[in-house]
Ligand binder design. Structure first.
Ligand SMILES: Nc1ncnc2c1ncn2[C@@H]1O[C@H](COP(=O)(O)OP(=O)(O)O)[C@@H](O)[C@H]1O
Ligand SMILES: [Mg+2]
Length: 251
């Protein structure tokens, strides 16, 4: 095999082969194969408790997996040092269901935090510029001096997204980005995710069971059933499936 063949294609940002993860006798992931290509949004569909969060926690290094290979930017993350893992993590943005905002900090402070902590930025002018730019992009510059508690659920979600994007991540991981939002707000967030994909040129994994969100954001969908990706396709392709297990998601 030539040297080139041992590397993943530059168009592939994450490549996973035969990923296994169990908790005792609970075999959550067994034999997951997955690829994320540069610039695409992949939506992972699956019933509650099927292992969607476990899947992205394995990718983000929050959970140790049992076996298999996860390559991120051509680096196998199995057994690498925390320092190396942190370097990879700097290129990954997360949006959790909780948004993970600090309640005692203003929106500005919440957004400054990762810049100072991870990028070690010292110039206040540069920090201000980045904070204002990202807030403008999510349409919430007017909230800069507010507290998270003064914002609606949808606005907090936008701020959570802004806080992830301010680090200019190459990969975004979204865990249930629209859960708990009303349908109109959920649609707005889904459209914003799509806008941000283009603006920040990110590749994203979006965990969801919101079919509207999937329809709006997905270039490709994967369905996680019984520990592996059971089906794959565009929204329209899966919608036309005759398989009862797939049809259940569209009812
Ligand atoms: N830290 C953990 N310890 C033990 N079991 C866990 C842990 N995290 C998740 N699980 C189990 O793994 C399965 C998948 O969970 P999860 O990935 O959170 O589901 P979902 O698809 O709803 O995101 C569930 O059975 C859950 O109980
Ligand atoms: Mg989950």
């Amino acid at each position: 095999m030539s040297a080139a063949e041992t590397h993943i294609s530059p168009d592939v940002v994450i490549e996973i082969t035969q990923l296994n993860k169990s908790f005792g006798n609970n075999y959550v992931l067994h034999g997951v194969d997955f690829k994320l290509t540069r610039g695409e949004n992949v939506v992972v569909l699956g019933r509650s408790g099927c292992g969607k969060s476990v899947f992205i926690k394995c990718i983000s290094g929050l959970l140790k997996y049992d076996s298999g290979t996860i390559k991120i930017f051509d680096q196998n993350i199995f057994g690498i040092s925390n320092r190396e893992l942190d370097k990879i993590r700097e290129k990954i943005g997360f949006l959790f269901q909780s948004n993970a905002l600090y309640d005692s900090m203003t929106i500005r402070e919440n957004l400054e935090f990762p810049l100072i902590r991870h990028l070690k930025l010292k110039s206040q002018a540069e920090i201000n510029n980045k904070v204002e730019e990202v807030l403008t992009n999510v349409g919430l510059l007017n909230t800069i001096d507010m507290m998270p508690s003064e914002l609606s659920g949808g606005m907090r979600k936008r701020i959570g997204l802004a806080r992830a994007l301010i680090m200019k991540p190459e990969i975004m991981l979204y865990d249930e980005p629209t859960t708990g939002l009303d349908p109109i707000t959920a649609k707005e967030i889904s459209n914003l995710m799509l806008d941000m994909q283009k603006k920040y040129n990110t590749s994203s994994i979006i965990i969801s069971h919101d079919m509207n969100c999937a329809k709006i954001t997905a270039n490709r969908l994967l369905v996680l059933i019984n520990g592996l990706f059971y089906a794959e396709g565009t929204f329209e392709e899966l919608k036309q499936s005759n398989d009862e297990k797939i049809k259940a998601f569209f009812e």
